[in-house]
Write a protein of this length. Structure first.
Lengths: 132, 137
């Protein structure tokens, strides 16, 4: 049996598809990297020892009880009515500072909800009182 | 005036360096993507509507507060009174520091309030309560 002579073949890898492959990789990485931007409610805490005396008339107390009930200026208020009520109060007195005070056993999500409602009411002066 | 006939010069953009460019882009994106550094505590964040984005991940430091009142910074657990030291150092290293508080929605306000006080003592006053997006109904 005669051994056939091999043909001299040129073994070049086609480079035309290379760009496509690289593009595909790029798109894959772009799609899969989730840029999880942190989102949340921003607030600036008052500096230490910077307690200001504020006229009682300009303070609206917002209390959160341990059971999650919200008192606005002494009256119980539903969470979903809070922004409307605060808006009304702000219309009467635009110097109003809303002071949020939470019971130490109160839940954080109620507090966040209250802050959210205050932001919804465009109350820019929010004071975080220490828990009692 | 006679118009000259166009010479048959082939004007093709060379595509042979295309993969190199794309690979460079790929490497650029891979390098610049900041991966999550710390795993934190398992928390279910509260939801809010009026949220804002944190400006930059590089000027952000996370504090996790679980529903049992555990406080974790950079995957180490801290007592409430020790938060001020680490936050003070961070604040001194980066004056633009924003603290992102990732607290569980069932956390107690006494813990949150404790963190508030510690942050005030550490002079890290820019705080962001990390929340999820609530769809307004």
């Amino acid at each position: 049996m005669a051994i056939r002579e091999r043909k001299a073949r040129t073994g070049a890898i086609p480079e035309g598809g290379m760009a496509d492959i690289a593009f595909l990789l790029l798109v894959f990485f772009l799609v899969t990297t989730t840029i999880d931007m942190d989102k949340g409610l921003g607030i600036i805490l008052p500096a230490e020892g910077q307690e200001l005396e504020i006229n009682k008339k300009n303070i609206l107390n917002c209390l959160i009880s341990s059971s999650g009930a919200v008192l606005l200026g002494g009256e119980p208020v539903e969470l979903k009515d809070l922004s409307r009520r605060v808006k009304e109060e702000l219309r009467e007195n635009d110097k109003l500072i809303v002071s949020v005070k939470a019971h130490e056993k109160a839940q954080y999500d109620v507090y966040i909800e209250v802050l959210d409602q205050l932001k919804l009411a465009k109350a820019t002066r929010i004071s975080i009182a220490e828990t009692e | 005036m006679k118009f000259r006939r166009k010479s048959g010069v082939e004007s093709k953009i060379s595509t042979s360096s295309m993969p190199d460019i794309i690979f460079m882009l790929l490497i650029f994106f891979m390098v610049t993507t900041v991966l999550r550094e710390y795993s934190g505590l398992p928390v279910s964040l509260p939801k809010a509507e009026r949220i804002e984005k944190l400006e930059s991940k590089r000027h952000t430091s996370d504090i996790w507060v679980s529903k049992d009142g555990l406080i974790s910074i950079e995957d180490k657990l801290f007592n409430n009174d020790d938060v001020r030291h680490i936050m003070y150092e961070k604040r001194a290293a980066d004056p633009q520091l924003t603290v992102s508080l990732k607290a569980d929605q069932a956390a107690r306000m006494e813990v949150i309030s404790g963190v508030h006080n510690e942050l005030r003592k550490a002079d890290a006053l820019k705080l962001n309560y990390s929340t999820k997006v609530k769809v307004p109904n």
